[in-house]
Design a protein around this ligand. Sequence first.
Ligand code: G3P
Ligand code: CA
Length: 319
Amino acid sequence: ASTGTTHARGDDFLVVGHRGASGYRPEHTLASYELAARMGADYIEPDLVTTKDGVLVARHEPEISETTDVAAHPEFANRKTTKNLDGIQVTGWFTEDFTLAELRTLRAKERIPALRQQNTIYDGRYRVPTFQEVIDLAKRLSRELRREIGVYAETKHPSYFRQQGKALEPKVVETLNRNGLNRRGAEVYVQSFEVSNLQWLDPRLNVPLVQLTSASGRPYDFTLAGDPRTYADLVTADGLRWVSRYADGLGPEKGQVIPRDAAGFLLEPTTLVRDAHRAGLDVHPYTFRVENQFLPADFRSSAVPADYGDLFAEIAAFR
Ligand code: G3P
Ligand code: CA
């Protein structure tokens, strides 16, 4: 569904480096975040999970066999286990079963080698970063690049971690407080797919909170067993007004704003952006990428190749 247009440029909208520059380095590594900032991202986006000793670290999932070399460590062979992760039985190694010192002995690897073969040359080079290290990196790069590099953090599976007695939320508050970042204007966002997580954070954080939604029919909060409410309920006019009581923004999956037909062509936008704005919510849709096609490193200053036209047509349609 490429439009072939080359006109959209990256200099008049905010760019969030999703999991870093994940088309160029294994995601959620300091190298990936740093490259994203150097390529022009305004924010880097760590997904947060916890270690056994309660340290927030950046991984997309608590289960780490796909994103680290843990399976190649015989000393951790007996940590392999099966857990119920938000209603799904998952077998592997989980961050909450490793101390930070143990996790430090692992090395990151590309999560989707079939799709991002170019990243596999970096397998084994980078550690799993802590949230503190991500914040330190953003501060250092802000000074060096002379523009603010923000942190757009996501709490991953918060009700799962709460059920394990390892709640993420107090650690997020503590870390932002310790770094002087729990204030408006700090260039920090906290986003989550789970409602109860954001509602707990709302009175304790002064940074904007973003309610993520997906086009899936899943419940929006896994602590609410048997509760019929789903993401579809959150994006109604009533749902959005309710969200606006505890959140500042909505992070919809982009297909909830501009659906595609079965052949992949973009359809007319839904009223979601308008409805969310009417409810007083900012809208930060995710994720703008075409797998296997990545933005040129100088995308903010160069003409965008025609191959990227569809991606930019999408971005333009959201503005
Ligand atoms: O910003 C939204 C996005 O990060 C949520 O999806 O799965 O990439 O963490 P995911
Ligand atoms: Ca994320």
